[in-house]
Design a protein around this ligand. Structure first.
Ligand SMILES: *[C@@H]1O[C@H](CO)[C@@H](O)[C@H](O)[C@H]1NC(C)=O
Ligand SMILES: [Ca+2]
Length: 313
């Protein structure tokens, strides 16, 4: 079972202390029968629609059992007792379940509000999609699908510019087989990590741009020297070369308040990429450096059967 816990925040201005207080919780079912289950990933990612006081919750992607992939729409008019208004299944052939959900509430124009769901392919080698919806309509009790577009391999996190006209998508490009495990013809493949920019998502076939990291390949040594991790470089015994750009894996996106830049974490590479949104160009990759543990207590092994706190490393 996975439950959403709803917290209320009260800021005490005199001392600037933030205290969180539990208001309510709601269980999210793991399948269409309404059953709850442990470790089912029923509540994986959420996005809040502040105009309509709705919470959109997607389940974790199930590649093999498509009957477990959902978007739930919750009524948050009263956060003390949220309810599920609608459950939308994702059952498309060749696609896994949703990886992330994003909503844009336009500052002044309600007709520009839009919901996006990123959906990877069943096999990581292939490109995924982003599907667009109108926000849930309470009067009609209906979720209208606007359209769907192709993005890069294994799309994950997404962020809208504040005017809702551009959606930035991190396509992680995780390595894996290009077919089922039992099929001897399935081969290992590591797709390019990339960023998609989707324009005017409220049309039935929005324009998209895809930006990858191949232009950084001839500077790979420089970035590695600065601390960017290039984890899998290939298997030379088997003549497999894996480039720097294939190894960079965009994970989470956030956009600067002035909408000029997107910052994209490259988790596996311990780095952050900076995208100039209007120039459509990744302008730099910043290494995150290493953490000095010498002043922290740490239990560095889960295999010794006990908790040994190492005081000095
Ligand atoms: C998929 O999940 C449903 C709902 O829990 C279950 O009834 C079904 O047996 C599962 N199918 C497979 C192939 O695991
Ligand atoms: Ca990759």
């Amino acid at each position: 079972m996975k439950a959403l816990v709803i917290l209320a925040c009260c800021i005490l201005s005199t001392s600037a202390v933030i205290r969180l207080q539990k208001l309510s919780s709601i269980k999210i079912p793991a399948n269409a029968n309404g059953d709850y289950a442990m470790f089912a990933g029923a509540a994986h990612k959420a996005a809040y629609d502040k105009r309509n006081r709705l919470l959109y919750v997607v389940s974790e992607q199930h590649n093999t059992n498509k009957s477990l992939n959902f978007l739930h729409i919750l009524d948050f008019t009263n956060p003390s007792s949220p309810t599920i208004l609608l459950t939308h299944p994702f059952t498309q052939h060749n696609l896994a379940g949703p990886a992330d959900i994003a909503i844009c509430n336009h500052p002044s124009d309600v007709t520009k509000d839009v919901v996006a769901v990123s959906i990877p392919s069943t096999y990581p080698a292939y490109n995924g999609k982003v599907e667009f919806f109108e926000p849930y309509n309470r009067v009609q009790a209906d979720l209208t699908r606007l359209g769907v577009v192709d993005v890069g391999a294994s799309p994950r996190s997404m962020a809208f510019t504040s005017d809702c006209t551009q959606l930035i998508v991190a396509n992680e490009g995780v390595p894996g087989l290009d077919g089922p495990e039992y099929d001897p013809n399935s081969a290992f493949f590591d797709p390019e990590g990339s960023i998609s920019i989707i324009l005017s998502s409220k049309t039935s076939s929005p324009a998209t741009l895809k930006i990858d990291f191949t232009s950084f390949n001839d500077r790979a040594a420089e970035f590695v020297n600065r601390g960017v991790r290039w984890v899998f470089r290939g298997d030379r015994d088997n003549n497999l070369i894996n480039t720097f750009s294939q190894d960079l894996e965009p994970e989470d996106v956030t956009i600067s308040p002035d909408n000029r830049f997107a910052f994209i974490t490259l988790k596996e590479n311990n780095a952050i990429a900076k995208l100039d949104i209007s120039q459509r160009r990744i302008i730099d990759i910043y290494p995150m450096g290493v953490k000095d543990f010498s002043n922290f207590d740490m239990d560095s092994s889960d295999r010794d059967g006990e908790s040994v706190i190492v005081i000095e490393c």
